[in-house]
Design a protein around this ligand. Structure first.
Ligand code: SAH
Length: 351
């Protein structure tokens, strides 16, 4: 994607073909584009000066025409329990975003933000409380992975789009990011190792299905019917549960990929046997998986939950024939709930 800011082209958002076109336009040889793409997306350099296979003269020409989007690490919290690392990044316009590296037995997964803040207004979510500022560029989503990789020295084998923001509300940039992430000349990550989580922007679910990307779609369902879903998720007033489920069925039919449903458990709101029964009826004919998340406490809201009630709810679902797990708690000793660090940084105006 060709994006120009302050008279310079955002080089990390360019696909290999777009970069080649730019390099040829400069009167340079085609193979230079391959070298530059490799420096950026495989070696993950953050300045043109680090591209040592390229002449100083060309590096300075690149510098005058292109910019490499930077993210500055403002805060880095590492859990002593499970090696989860949380980053608070400052963007070049002074906004803040967050990413998390989660360690699993099969490798490290980075949870990335897709927007600065969020417009969706989910009642239990800290990302929304600090307000929406802007969409992230493909380069800014990629850099969250590249910088985390460089800083931690870890090998990154998976990505989840579950940080701050609603990925399907920043559709074009997210699709461009996924293309770059999976490009064999660059990061070369199989999209089988990528999950995209959405609160349910129905028309975009249909668009995404057409692309057959092979990623895992996670739907933030969180309630089994319109009344209780609308009470916690304003998006439900726009796209009702039945419309969302029709879109999910169509997604599965088109892509053959099992859908994962997220269910943030809130004591006294969506955790009864009756809720489980309604959920089982809703998902009965689906090839799916339910991921139960005990809701993270947010200061401004009175919602609570705990692992015991989550296990109880999982028991209800299993009894009703629905495949469910309780999400592992990661980084319990650091503030890992998304949006919390950004909110603190905004409140204190710190850099
Ligand atoms: N906007 C996207 C992705 C970002 S949030 C979406 O809605 O899916 C990633 C997941 O964390 C979503 O399922 C979201 O509903 C959930 N979440 C947000 N705040 C939470 C909280 N306080 N406790 C538990 N889950 C939360």
């Amino acid at each position: 994607m060709v994006i120009e800011t302050n008279g310079k082209i955002d080089i990390l958002s360019l696909t290999p073909d777009e970069l080649t076109e730019q390099i040829l336009f400069m009167g340079e040889k085609k193979f230079r584009a391959g070298q530059i793409y490799d420096w950026l997306h495989v070696k993950n350099v953050t300045s043109f000066d680090e591209m040592t296979s390229i002449s100083a003269q060309l590096r300075s020409r690149l510098e005058s025409l292109f910019c490499i989007k930077q993210l500055f690490i403002c805060k880095r919290l590492e859990s002593s329990i499970d090696n989860t690392v949380k980053y608070l990044y400052r963007l070049d316009d002074g906004n803040y975003i967050e990413s998390v590296i989660m360690e699993y037995s099969y490798g490290n997964t980075v949870c990335v933000s897709t927007q600065v803040g969020c417009k969706m207004g989910c009642r239990f979510c800290a990302s929304t409380i600090a307000g929406f500022k802007r969409n992230l560029l493909p380069s800014e989503i990629l850099q969250q992975i590249y910088i985390a990789k460089r800083d931690s020295g870890r090998n990154i084998t998976g990505v989840v789009l579950m940080g701050i923001g609603e990925p399907l509300d920043n559709y074009d940039n997210v699709i461009c990011f996924l293309g770059q992430l999976s490009d064999p000349k660059g990061c070369n990550m199989s999209l089988r190792h990528v999950s995209l989580s959405t609160c349910g922007i129905v028309p975009r679910i249909y668009d995404l299905a057409e692309l057959k990307l092979g990623l895992t779609l996670s739907i933030s369902l969180h309630a089994p019917d319109d009344e209780s879903r609308s009470a916690i998720m304003p998006i439900n007033d726009r796209y009702h549960v039945d419309e969302l489920m029709t879109a999910c069925r169509s997604y599965f039919k088109k892509t053959g990929r099992r859908i994962s449903f997220e269910y943030a458990l809130i004591n006294g709101h969506n955790d009864s046997y009756d809720d489980a029964k309604r959920l089982a009826e809703l998902l009965g004919d689906f090839v799916c998986h339910v991921n139960i998340i005990p809701v993270n406490k947010i200061k401004e809201r009175g919602y609570t939950s705990d692992r015991r009630s989550a296990q109880r709810f999982r028991g209800f679902l299993e009894e009703l024939g629905i495949n469910a797990t309780v999400r592992r708690t990661l980084g319990a000793d650091i503030e890992a709930a998304c949006g919390q660090l950004r909110r603190e940084a905004e409140a204190s105006g710190k850099t």
